[in-house]
Write a protein that binds this ligand. Structure first.
Ligand SMILES: NC(=O)c1ccc[n+]([C@@H]2O[C@H](COP(=O)([O-])OP(=O)(O)OC[C@H]3O[C@@H](n4cnc5c(N)ncnc54)[C@H](O)[C@@H]3O)[C@@H](O)[C@H]2O)c1
Ligand SMILES: [Zn+2]
Length: 369
């Protein structure tokens, strides 16, 4: 059978010079075939362990294995409910059994769940070994692979256990998105919209303008949006690696979003879909306060609606969502820090949002009493 390998031409390179580590993000159709070159460039230690899920490995593992010499792949399940310490333990077990020492590199090959778990394993095994992220979902390519947040969930809360551990390199090949189910693809697009809303009106407008080509997974359409999202995230985490200031704007849409995921026990929504609703709630709240003009709020609602219907919320009560928000990590010393949009591409962080305002915004977006 003939297989087509697109040329590795003009990949985009973004440097992320965070205080703890500087690394490159290489983005391009066909980069997967040339990952060996990137690994050699950064001097990645020679024993290279891929951590992936059975599905991703079946779909794309052979291509990766042709491109680079790898140890036996470590395959673990990747649903959100497996994002827990016991799965990370299985990664440690495999590393110990293979006598992996400091001269080992972990390559994460999957979505955000694999990246977060295997990244945490890399951060903690022997107090830290080399880590390269090769994200295979849109969400992971535009968001989770950059910035160094790694970790797992606790039965009582999402992402409660983790570390900041920047990767040594990130390699992104938009062609792997060809096999991503449409719903997962859409879920990633909400995070792209988030990035546009907080930091880049041109990115926001590009998604709106090129929606059809983006949905067709055209590499030409995907390259600029992935690159722009990575550039923005790289800049923000470089300025504020540990989320003491500006990085908090990346939580736009996540306060209500996380609450929505928690209330539905992570079963009804993909993370990005919950963020879609979270952005609508934040925009409604901002508009009601006079902080965001009507046309901007409308542009956000229109773009979100244009991607297709989100899972229903009419049976979910605003009171339950409010209660779940009280448990959010973004509450610092009892104060909820809320990211409000002020225009397309601009935000403000406020800490004086009243429960009554939130309740009103939730109802306006469609939640029950
Ligand atoms: N570290 C961070 O900064 C950060 C940021 C955002 C989100 N996250 C985390 O990311 C996770 C969500 O990540 P996700 O949305 O990628 O979900 P995921 O990792 O669960 O992947 C979604 C599904 O897509 C499948 N898949 C992956 N690549 C595929 C491909 N190329 N073709 C076909 N199927 C493929 C997976 O097997 C899985 O079933 C959450 O746990 C969230 O907390 C972390
Ligand atoms: Zn998110």
């Amino acid at each position: 059978m003939l297989s087509y390998h697109p040329p590795f031409m003009n990949p985009v390179r973004i440097l992320v010079p965070t205080p703890s580590r500087a690394y490159s993000v290489t983005i391009g159709g066909g980069t997967l075939d040339h990952i060996g070159r990137v690994l050699d460039e950064i001097g990645a230690p020679a024993r290279r362990f891929v951590v992936s899920s059975p599905l991703v490995w079946r779909l794309h593992g052979p291509q990766l294995a042709r491109a680079v010499t790898l140890a036996e792949p470590i395959l673990v399940p990747d649903g959100e409910r497996f994002k827990q310490l016991s799965t990370v333990s299985r990664i440690y077990d495999a590393l110990v059994r293979a006598s992996a020492d400091r001269a080992a590199t972990i390559i994460t090959f999957g979505g955000g769940v694999i990246g977060d778990m295997a990244g945490f394993a890399a951060a903690t095994y022997l107090r830290g070994i080399a880590l390269v992220h090769v994200p295979t979902t849109l969400l992971a390519q535009v968001d989770s692979a950059i910035g160094g947040k790694v970790g797992v969930n606790h039965p009582l809360g999402k992402n409660l256990i983790g570390a900041f551990y920047q990767p040594h390199a990130v390699v992104i090949d938009p062609l792997v998105l060809g096999t991503l189910p449409r719903r997962e693809f859409r879920a990633g697009l909400y995070e792209v919209i988030k990035c546009g809303m907080t930091s880049s009106a041109p990115l926001f407008e590009r998604v709106a303008r090129e929606r059809t080509a983006i949905f067709a997974r055209s590499v030409d359409a995907l390259m600029p949006i992935i690159s722009e999202a990575c550039r923005i995230k790289g800049e923000i985490v470089t300025a504020d690696e540990r989320e003491a200031g500006v990085r908090r704007i990346l939580n736009f849409g996540h306060t209500a979003g996380h609450a929505l995921e928690a209330v539905t026990k992570f079963r009804r929504f993909r993370h990005g879909e919950a963020v879609g609703y979270g952005m609508l709630v934040a925009a409604q709240l901002a508009h009601a306060r006079g902080a965001m003009a009507e046309p901007d709020q409308q542009a956000l609602s229109n773009l979100i609606a244009s991607l297709g219907p989100l899972p229903p919320i009419a049976d979910l009560s605003a009171a339950d969502i409010l209660a779940a928000m009280q448990h959010d990590k973004k509450i610092v010393a009892g104060t909820l820090h809320f990211v409000l949009p002020t225009a397309i591409g601009a935000t403000a962080i406020v800490d004086d949002v009243k429960e009554s305002e939130l309740r009103a915004a939730l109802k306006k977006v469609g939640f029950a009493k």
